[in-house]
Design a protein around this ligand. Structure first.
Ligand SMILES: *[C@@H]1O[C@H](CO)[C@@H](O)[C@H](O)[C@H]1NC(C)=O
Ligand SMILES: *[C@@H]1O[C@H](CO)[C@@H](O)[C@H](O)[C@H]1NC(C)=O
Ligand SMILES: *[C@@H]1O[C@H](CO)[C@@H](O)[C@H](O)[C@H]1NC(C)=O
Ligand SMILES: *[C@@H]1O[C@H](CO)[C@@H](O)[C@H](O)[C@H]1NC(C)=O
Length: 504
C-alpha cells in the first residue's frame, strides 16, 4: 500500500499533474473586500477541475460549476457608519482590530448555518484555505479535515500574522498599517512602529489570543476536536501564505519561500463598456476624472459641507467627471460635466485612455487597478490601511493625499490641479505600471500554481521557516549574546586584575 502511495506521489510531482482536489475556503467574516480579492482564485481553481467549497458571507452573483457557496452568515447587514472607524491612532487601531475580530467571529460562528456546517461530518477536503484577518481559530479546520492549510492575507502581512510563520517583521523598515508611515521612518515613527509591533508580537498573546481560543473551543466542536493540537502549533504549521500585495503598490521586504505575493488577482482584461459610458468617455476632449470611494463609503453619509466641496470643485472643471454616487437629495443641482451612478465598471473605466485622473479612498484593490492602468491619483483616505496606502503612493510619486477632515475647496482643487498639470505624477504612474506588469507569471496564475503545488505535495511543510521550533531567546541569539557579553566582561576584568597586579 505505502509503496503504491509513494509511487503515485512521485509520479504526480514529477509530471506536474495535479489531481482534482476538494478544496475548502473558510473566510466567513463579513468583510467584502477581503473575499472579493481572492474570489477570482476560487473561480479559477474550479475552472481547472477542482471542487471548491467557499464558506463566506458573499456568495457569487452567478453560479459557477464545481463552486459551492455556503453562507452568508449575517442575517442583516448592519450599516456600519464608517465614521466610527476613522481617526484611530497607532495603539487604538491595534486594539480595535482585536475587538472587531472577536465580535465578528462570534457573530458568524454562532450562526445557524455555520453550526450546521461545523457539525456535519458528511464532507471531506484535501486542502483548506483560511483568511488571516482576525480568524486565527479557523486554522482548526485543517485539523477537522486532516488537511494542509493555506493562509489568505488580504493585505501585506502584519506582525500578528508573520510571527506564526517566522517571517521577519523588522520594525525599523517594515511599517505597520496602523502607524501610517512608509518604510522611510524617522525616530518617532520607528518608536511608534515598534510599539505597534510589540503589541502584536507579545501583548496580543495575553489580551487577544485567549479570546480567539475561546471562540475556537466554543464553536469548533466537531467529532474528534478533543485531540486538537494547541492553536499556536497549528498556526506554526501553515503550508503557504498568499498575500494580496505587490512591491509596486506596497513595500519591498524580506519574505520566506512559502510567502507568495499575488496582489492584483482580481484584475481581468478590460471588457467593453456599456454604450452610454463608452460615448461619454470617447467624447471627452479634455479628459475624464473618475471619482469613487469604493463600496463602503457612501457619499450621502458624509457631512454635507464636505460633499459640497467635492461637488462644487468637480463642477467647475473643464474635464468630464464620473462620480460613483446616487444623490439622496433630489434638489441637488449637478453641473453638466458630471455623470453619476450607483455602480461603475471601475477597472474598465480606468483602462480608457481618456481617463486622466482617479480620485479614490485609497483602498488596496483600487490602487492595484490604478497602478495597472498607469493613472495618477488624488487619494482621500478614511480608515483601515487607506491612509497607509496613500502615504506609500505619495512616496512613490504617482499621487497626492488630501486629508478629508481638513479638506476645503482650495486644498481639494489644488491637489487636482497639481496632479493634472505636473507631468511627474503621470510619469511615475507609468513607471509603477511597468514594474507591476513585468512579472514572469500573472498574479492569478501564480496563485493557482502555488495552491496546486501544496495539493501535489499534500502540504508543503518544506516551505516553512526552519526557525519554527526555536523560541525567541534562541532565535534572537539572546543566550549567545549573554555568553559573549559575559566573556568580554571576564576578559576586561582579567586585564584589569593583571594590570593592577603588575602596577603594584
Ligand atoms: C466538476 O467536477 C467533476 C468531478 O471532479 C468533473 O467530472 C467535472 O468535469 C467538473 N466540471 C467542470 C465544469 O469542471
Ligand atoms: C463538491 O463539493 C460539494 C460541497 O462541499 C459536495 O457536496 C460534493 O459532494 C463535492 N463533489 C465531489 C465530487 O467531491
Ligand atoms: C501539520 O500539517 C500536516 C499536514 O500539512 C499534518 O499532517 C500535521 O498533523 C500538522 N501538525 C500540527 C501540529 O498541526
Ligand atoms: C512636479 O512634482 C515634483 C514632485 O512632487 C516636483 O519635484 C516638481 O518640482 C514639480 N514640478 C513643477 C513644475 O511644479
Amino acid at each position: 500500500m505505502l509503496p503504491c502511495v509513494v509511487f503515485c506521489l512521485v509520479l504526480c510531482i514529477t509530471t506536474n499533474v495535479t489531481r482534482a482536489a476538494n478544496i475548502l475556503v473558510f473566510m466567513p467574516l463579513p468583510i467584502k473586500s477581503h473575499v472579493r480579492g481572492f474570489q477570482p482564485l476560487f473561480e479559477e481553481l474550479s475552472n481547472r477541475g477542482h471542487n471548491v467549497t467557499v464558506v463566506s458571507s458573499f456568495p457569487l452573483d452567478r453560479p459557477v460549476a464545481n463552486y459551492t457557496d455556503i453562507g452568508p452568515f449575517v442575517d442583516k447587514t448592519r450599516g456600519r457608519n464608517v465614521m466610527d472607524l476613522v481617526s484611530m491612532n497607532f495603539v487604538t487601531s491595534v486594539q480595535l482590530k482585536w475587538r472587531i475580530s472577536i465580535q465578528l467571529s462570534e457573530m458568524v460562528m454562532s450562526h445557524r448555518k455555520m453550526k450546521q456546517f461545523v457539525q456535519s461530518s458528511s464532507n471531506s477536503f484535501d486542502l483548506i484555505m483560511v483568511e488571516t484577518f482576525g480568524q486565527e481559530y479557523a486554522v482548526a479546520m485543517g485539523h477537522k479535515f486532516n488537511a494542509p492549510v493555506i493562509n489568505l492575507a488580504p493585505a501585506m502581512i502584519w506582525a500578528s500574522i508573520s510571527k506564526w510563520l517566522h517571517v521577519p517583521s523588522t520594525f525599523s523598515y517594515i511599517p505597520d498599517a496602523c502607524t501610517q508611515s512608509t518604510s522611510d521612518m524617522g525616530f518617532i515613527e520607528r518608536l511608534k512602529n515598534s510599539i505597534t509591533g510589540f503589541m502584536q508580537l507579545y501583548v496580543e498573546n495575553y489580551l487577544y489570543l485567549p479570546k480567539t481560543k475561546e471562540v475556537m473551543d466554543t464553536y469548533l466542536k466537531y467529532r474528534g476536536w478533543e485531540s486538537r493540537p494547541p492553536l499556536e502549533h497549528m498556526l506554526n504549521n501553515i503550508s503557504l501564505t498568499l498575500v494580496n500585495s505587490h512591491n509596486a503598490i506596497g513595500i519591498s521586504r524580506a519574505y520566506l519561500p512559502g510567502i507568495i505575493e499575488v496582489g492584483g488577482m482580481h484584475i481581468k482584461d478590460p471588457k467593453p463598456l456599456p454604450k452610454n459610458l463608452q460615448t461619454f468617455l470617447d467624447t471627452a476632449n479634455e479628459g475624464v476624472i473618475f471619482f469613487s470611494f469604493g463600496t463602503l463609503v457612501n457619499l450621502n453619509d458624509l457631512p454635507k459641507a464636505k460633499l459640497k466641496v467635492f461637488i462644487s470643485v468637480l463642477g467647475r472643471l473643464k474635464q468630464k467627471v464620473i462620480i460613483k454616487w446616487i444623490p439622496d437629495d433630489n434638489n441637488v443641482k449637478l453641473s453638466q460635466n458630471i455623470m453619476t451612478g450607483s455602480w461603475f465598471p471601475q477597472r474598465d473605466i480606468l483602462a480608457h485612455p481618456n481617463v486622466i485622473l482617479f480620485i479614490t479612498h485609497g483602498g488596496l484593490h483600487s490602487l492595484e487597478e490604478t497602478v495597472c492602468n498607469a493613472k495618477p491619483i488624488v487619494g482621500i483616505p478614511f480608515f483601515a490601511e487607506q491612509n497607509f496606502n496613500m502615504k506609500i503612493v505619495e512616496e512613490k510619486g504617482y499621487g497626492k493625499l488630501v486629508n478629508f477632515f481638513e479638506i476645503t475647496e482650495e486644498s481639494f482643487g489644488n491637489a487636482i490641479e497639481e496632479v493634472l498639470s505636473n507631468v511627474t505624477f503621470k510619469e511615475k504612474a507609468i513607471i509603477q505600471s511597468l514594474v507591476y506588469k513585468d512579472q514572469p507569471m500573472k498574479p492569478l496564475d501564480r496563485a493557482v500554481y502555488w495552491v496546486e503545488y501544496v495539493i501535489r505535495y499534500g502540504g508543503a511543510g518544506h516551505l516553512k521557516s526552519d526557525s519554527i521550533g526555536l523560541n525567541d531567546l534562541q532565535y534572537f541569539l539572546f543566550d549567545i549574546s549573554l555568553i559573549v557579553l559575559l566573556s568580554f566582561g571576564l576578559i576586561a576584568w582579567l586585564c584589569y586584575f593583571l594590570f593592577v597586579k603588575i602596577m603594584s
